[in-house]
Design a protein around this ligand. Structure first.
Ligand code: AKG
Length: 277
């Protein structure tokens, strides 16, 4: 039997054309409880990829960790058993889906730092089709989560990663990435889209989609977020540059990944495959 679909033709068209789609009530209370446990357990025992983006401003207010599912049972359950991988497989229209990162992020009330305008593709060492599934465990008003530049996934541009700690762009000695413009000041850069979300709703966006949190006002409430990344199953491992060095070293030393080979190992498993008649 073919899988029954979790997404509608309109949602798949929106993902493809706009670069982002909002799925309402995609995760039920069970999966929200699992996600909440994953963040609580993850915060209690940070892994080697933990970063405090607010270390120089208001320490502990904007933090993240990823690649923790092997140590955090609730994160493993979410990655393998929730509808997340299948949803992204349908939206990307691919035959199989593998993990790029499990990832939690907490932005507490009063946090000064925030996501700069960026797209995710240059932050991770892979080539291929991939996307991000973003959701919050608390209600999010428009502007409190992430804001997107509609259609920017089709621009065919690559922007240099900016620091989430507010220290500007990373160095690109090879000069192959553009400096990210301050899109907040550029009205010609088209339609901005953002969403009011309830727990259970999620956003799925293309890895080249430009997004950020442009509102510089510190938030009044804390939001715990999941930023899960999923790729088509045949993604290729490709070192991005000096700014991904920590991840590169980790993947090569601990998991034996080889430049130009499959972006696949015990840490980065296949999570979903499309079944045909
Ligand atoms: O949720 C956030 O604060 C930012 C998430 C984000 O932009 C990302 O993970 O690419």
């Amino acid at each position: 039997m073919p899988d029954s679909l979790l997404t509608t033709p309109e949602q798949r068209a929106s993902y493809k054309e706009d670069g982002v789609v909002c799925l309402r009530e995609a995760f039920d209370p069970h999966w929200l409880a699992v996600a909440s446990d994953a963040i609580d357990q993850g915060m209690a025992s940070p892994g080697p990829m933990f970063v405090d983006y607010s270390a120089d401003t208001k320490p502990g207010t904007y933090c993240t960790d990823f690649w923790i599912w092997q140590q955090v049972p609730a994160m493993r359950d979410f990655i393998f058993d929730s509808p997340a991988a299948r949803i992204t497989g349908e939206l990307m229209d691919v035959a199989s889906v593998m993990l790029v990162t499990d990832n939690w992020l907490v932005r507490k009330a009063g946090a000064v730092n925030r996501a700069p305008w960026h797209h995710d593709a240059p932050y991770f060492d892979l080539d291929g089709t991939w996307c991000v599934l973003w959701m919050a465990l608390e209600p999010v008003a428009r502007g409190e989560g992430v804001t997107f530049l509609k259609g920017s996934h089709t621009w065919n541009r690559l922007f240099m990663p900016e620091s989430f700690a507010g220290t500007g762009p990373k160095a690109d000695p090879r000069g192959i990435y553009e400096r990210t413009p301050d899109f907040s000041r550029l009205s010609e850069h088209g339609d901005r889209v953002d969403y009011a979300l309830q727990p259970g709703d999620c956003l799925v966006f293309d890895s080249h989609m430009v997004h950020g949190t442009p509102d510089a006002t510190p938030p009044q409430r804390t939001t715990r977020r999941f930023t899960m990344r999923f790729a088509e199953g045949d993604a290729i491992y490709r070192r991005r540059g000096s700014w991904t060095r920590d991840m590169t070293d980790f993947l090569e030393a601990e998991y034996g990944l080889i430049e130009g080979g499959p972006y696949r190992c015990d840490l980065l498993p296949i999570l979903w495959e499309r079944h045909h008649d």
